[in-house]
Design a binder for this molecule. Sequence first.
Ligand code: C5P
Length: 402
Amino acid sequence: MFAGKKILVGVTGGIAAYKVAEVISRLRKLHAEVHVAMTKSATEFIAPLTLQSLSANPVHVELFDEPKLWNVEHIALAKHIDVVVVAPATANILTKMAIGLADDFLSTVLLATRAPIFVAPAMNHAMYHHPATQANLALLKDRGIQAIGPDTGFQACGTEGDGRMSEPVEIVESLARFFAGVEWLKGKRALVTAGGTQEPLDPVRYLGNRSSGRMGYAIAQVLQEAGAETILVSAPTDLPTPFGVTKLSVQTALEMYDAVLARFHEVDVVVMAAAVADYRPAVQAEQKIKKNGSNRTLELVPNPDILAQLGRMKTSQILIGFAAETENLLANAQLKMQRKNVNLIVANDVTKPGAGFGSPTNIVSFLFPDGRRIDLPQMNKLEVGRHLVRELAGLFGMDIKE
Ligand code: C5P
């Protein structure tokens, strides 16, 4: 699995730096191509020569050193690698990553690379629990960076608690799972819808909903990372398009319907994460509607149900729907799954704190037509997406066992 894979190990200044020697040694034994970048403080804990010998590559520390392998080294390396793992990751590097500070070789590569990044936090228990560290970690996870650990136990400073770096074998296993996942959806084409549609009343007003688009954007990102060629049909949001994903912007449910149906025959999976308006105003005024002091009645006409239509049309495609509910979550989700003929429904109770619209986290259950159900705890939307990708790979018949 690791043969030919190009891994950058970023080492920062914590006592756990000595353990990274074992990470590098294991990766090399598994035939990975390992590169190492150390911060200056890391070199106080472990000698660059040790890591150079184990990785069989020159170790990068200073940004302005003579080039060792390529010309503009931090950029060349940033482009060359398949994945980065920062182990140990100190509170300091997490802060630098969160704000995008690039003042040495490692932090510059971390900013320049488009490769997925893992961090293995390692620090004193109190530093780990400081609100600043927790906020930085939450922000990084929100951007797609994956944390390995930390573990709980004895710490070098003499205290007990969480903050210990995960064991080298665990770090290597996380990378193995990542490389397995990268292949899962290779050759598959995916279409994801996201955001809340807007149904115009006149040139300045519309009927909308509270969807932020975050869940759908997260799913598009993880599908792309898992190797699928991904199209994102998006209602208006202010989110950046995930790297590598093709985005098509729409505003109304009817525009979304047309965009999705036009591409349905070309794709292997559709994830309908958009909050599609069930109704639209019967007429759209050409000019701004003026107030006249009296009551008004708005006539609404139904929009087509895109997912139900796909459920009727589907041949071999896998359909994934969402059920955002405020009551009777599981019963309503079950009904939707049958009515719309989907292969998996993601049920979430949008009234729970930490779930649903606008929140960076979600609390969901996956329901399958065979009655299987998976309840996930509260987690970041990208993590929900990663669980969904796993189940999707299973639906495609891949072996998803670790
Ligand atoms: O019926 P309900 O709107 O709750 O179903 C939610 C699921 O159906 C979501 O996956 C949503 O994207 C999809 N949907 C749709 N077209 C609609 C309404 C909802 O595809 N008009």
